[in-house]
Design a protein around this ligand. Structure first.
Ligand code: ADP
Length: 392
C-alpha cells in the first residue's frame, strides 16, 4: 500500500517530560478518551488514516498512516509510553509487533486475537460457560436447510471480522436470502458465521473496567438499536435487581475469559424467560457508556485512561438516578451548525457532544446528547424530542 504519512510529533527528547498515551484510531472514542486524558495531564498521540480526525484535531502528535505500514506504526509507537486502540479491527499481529518494542498495549494482542474474530470470540466465551447464541462457522457452499437444521430459522449471518454498526450482519430466512447475504457480506470479509436469532425482550450492556489490582462495573443499561445501530441508551436498565446482578457477573466473566484489561463493553440479550445471552464484547470504550461522562462519578473514558496507566480506578456510581443518551446519526439534510446549537442548547440540562467529523452521511455517528435526572419518563421524552429536531 502506498502510504502518505506525516508525523506531527515533537522530537522524542522534548516529549519525555510528559507521559504519552498513543491511540490507534482518531474517531469519537479516541476524541473522548483524549479529552479525559488531557484533563489528567497526559499527552495523547493519535494515529489515523486521515488528517484532522476528531481526536487528531485535539493534539499536535498526529501520525497519518495505518498499521500495515510497519515503519509508520513503529515510529508512532516508539514515542508513546503505552498504546491503546479505539476499535478491535487492528490485526493482532500488528499489536504484537508493538509489544515486541517493549510497549504495553491495552487491550493486548492476545485479547484482541480472541475478540476480533467473532467466531473465536464466541468459542472462547462458550468454553468458559458464558451463555451465547447457538452458532457455527459458515462456508460458501453451506445450504439454508443444513444451517437451520443446527440453528433453527431464521438465523443471523455475520462477517467474522470487521463488522460494526450492523454492517457485517444479515438476517437470513431462505436459501435465496442466504445466497444474497453470503455475496453481500463476503465483500467485507471472506469468513462468515451464523448464529440463531435470539427473540429478546431487551438489549442490555455492561461496561467493565479492569486492572491487575481491581475490577469495577458500571450500571447495567438498556440499549435500543435502530437498523442495527445503537440509538438510545437508558441508564440504569429498568430490570429486576436479580437480573442486573446476573448481567454484571456474566460481563465480568466475559472480560476475564479473554484476559482483558482496560475498559470493555459487553452487549447482551435479555429473553422473556429472564435468560441473559451475550451478543458480543468490545475491548474499548463503548457507545453504551457515553452517558457516563455526565452520568457517573468517573466516565468510562477516564477509567480506561486510568486502567491503561495502571492507576487506581474511579467510582462508577451514577451521580443522578437516571441518564438517557441518544446518538445523533447523520440525516439526509444537515442543518446549519448554529441551528443545531440553538436547538440543542435551549434545554439547560441537555449535554451536547459533536464529534467534529469532516463529512456527514446518513446513519453516521456524528454526535450524541445526554441528559440526567430524577424522572426517567421525563428525560427520555425530552431527549427523544430534541433528537428529532436536530439534523447533523
Ligand atoms: P455489530 O458488531 O455490527 O454491532 P452485532 O452483532 O452487535 O453487530 O449486532 C447488531 C445488532 O443486531 C444487535 O444489537 C441486535 O439488535 C441484532 N442482532 C445481532 N445478533 C443477533 C442475534 N443472534 N439475534 C437477534 N438479534 C441480533
Amino acid at each position: 500500500m502506498s502510504v502518505r504519512h506525516f508525523i506531527f510529533a515533537y522530537p522524542s527528547g522534548s516529549m519525555s517530560k510528559k507521559i504519552c498515551i498513543g491511540i490507534l484510531g482518531g474517531g469519537q472514542l479516541a476524541k473522548m478518551s483524549t479529552l479525559a486524558a488531557s484533563r489528567l495531564g497526559f499527552d495523547i498521540s493519535i494515529m489515523d488514516k486521515e488528517m484532522r480526525s476528531p481526536a487528531g484535531q485535539l493534539t499536535h502528535h498526529e501520525t497519518i498512516g495505518w498499521v500495515d505500514d510497519h515503519l509508520t506504526l513503529h515510529s508512532f509507537a516508539s514515542h508513546c509510553d503505552v498504546v491503546t486502540l479505539e476499535n478491535e479491527f487492528v490485526d493482532h499481529h500488528r499489536i504484537e509487533s508493538i509489544e515486541q518494542l517493549g510497549k504495553k498495549v491495552f487491550p493486548s494482542s492476545g485479547t484482541i486475537a480472541l475478540i476480533q474474530d467473532k467466531l473465536l470470540q464466541k468459542q472462547t466465551l462458550k468454553k468458559k460457560k458464558i451463555p451465547v447464541p447457538a452458532f457455527l462457522e459458515v462456508h460458501d457452499d453451506d445450504t439454508y436447510s443444513a444451517i437451520t437444521k443446527k440453528l433453527g430459522g431464521p438465523f443471523v449471518l455475520k462477517s467474522r471480522k470487521m463488522g460494526y454498526d450492523g454492517y457485517g450482519n444479515a438476517m437470513v430466512d431462505s436459501e435465496q436470502s442466504l445466497r444474497e447475504a453470503v455475496r453481500h457480506l463476503s465483500n467485507r470479509h471472506d469468513n462468515l458465521m451464523a448464529e440463531s436469532f435470539v427473540h429478546f425482550t431487551m438489549e442490555l450492556a455492561v461496561m467493565v473496567v479492569r486492572t491487575t489490582q481491581e475490577t469495577k462495573t458500571y450500571p447495567v443499561v438498556q440499549t435500543i438499536q435502530k437498523n442495527h445501530i445503537c440509538h438510545t441508551v437508558i441508564a440504569p436498565a429498568q430490570i429486576p435487581a436479580a437480573v442486573a446482578k446476573r448481567a454484571v457477573k456474566i460481563a465480568v466473566d466475559a472480560v476475564k475469559a479473554v484476559n482483558g484489561f482496560g475498559i470493555f463493553g459487553v452487549e447482551m440479550f435479555l429473553t422473556e424467560k429472564g435468560t441473559i445471552i451475550v451478543n458480543e464484547m468490545a475491548p474499548r470504550p463503548h457507545n453504551s457508556g457515553h452517558y457516563t461522562i455526565e452520568g457517573c462519578v468517573t466516565s468510562q473514558f477516564e477509567n480506561h485512561i486510568r486502567a491503561v496507566m495502571e492507576l487506581p480506578l474511579g467510582s462508577t456510581a451514577m451521580v443522578r438516578p437516571y441518564a438517557v443518551m441518544i446518538n445523533l446519526l447523520g440525516k439526509p439534510f444537515p442543518q446549519k451548525r448554529m441551528e443545531v446549537y440553538r436547538a440543542a442548547l435551549k434545554h439547560p440540562e441537555m449535554h451536547l457532544h459533536i464529534y467534529g467529523k469532516e463529512g456527514s452521511r446518513t446513519g453516521r455517528k456524528m454526535g450524541h446528547i445526554t441528559i440526567t435526572g430524577d424522572n426517567l419518563k421525563k428525560i427520555l421524552k425530552e431527549a427523544t424530542a430534541l433528537e428529532a429536531e436536530i439534523s447533523l
